[in-house]
Design a protein around this ligand. Structure first.
Ligand code: HEC
Length: 125
């Protein structure tokens, strides 16, 4: 596990950011750019109050992950994905790959994290 986050606004989701061993090692050792073979996944679920838990608290206090929204991956291969900062981008909705239009948006936006090898998430120790 690299981190967890809640996006408010239109997205209103709850997300977990996971990494393979190469990713976790690079994060822990502050190795950047990330080495080839790094895989980082971002899993998003809907975010909402838990009726069950809130009965215990007597007020709206507990918010939990609900239905899955989508999964995104970035895979580091500096040769294969040289045109996009060394990262391959993929999104799956309901187990199916998202269309090309969606995939065209990834690198353009991740450009703003260029100083951190195009990765936004920081390691939550
Ligand atoms: C509008 C900007 C934007 C677009 C478009 C976008 N991302 Fe991101 N992405 C972000 C931001 C900001 C974060 C970190 C914030 C968060 O997840 O809470 C992030 C996080 C991620 C992460 C976790 C690692 C990291 O960089 O923090 C992955 C994996 C990811 N995005 C993949 C994708 C893929 C695949 C696409 C295209 C299908 C995509 N993103 C499109 C802005 C964007």
């Amino acid at each position: 596990l690299i981190s967890i986050a809640h996006e408010a606004g239109d997205l209103n989701d709850f997300r977990a950011i996971l990494g393979n061993d190469i990713a976790i090692k690079a994060y822990r050792e502050g190795e950047q750019p990330f080495p080839d073979g790094t895989i980082i996944a971002r899993l998003a679920w809907s975010y909402g109050p838990s009726e069950e838990n809130n009965k215990v608290f007597g007020r709206e206090q507990s918010f939990v992950a609900g239905a899955p929204i989508n999964i995104q991956f970035i895979v580091k291969d500096s040769r294969k994905y040289a045109a996009t900062g060394g990262w391959g981008y993929a999104q799956f909705n309901d187990g199916k790959p998202a269309d090309e239009v969606v995939h065209k948006t990834c690198f353009a936006c991740h450009q703003s994290a260029k100083a951190r090898d195009f990765v936004f998430t920081r390691y939550a120790p």
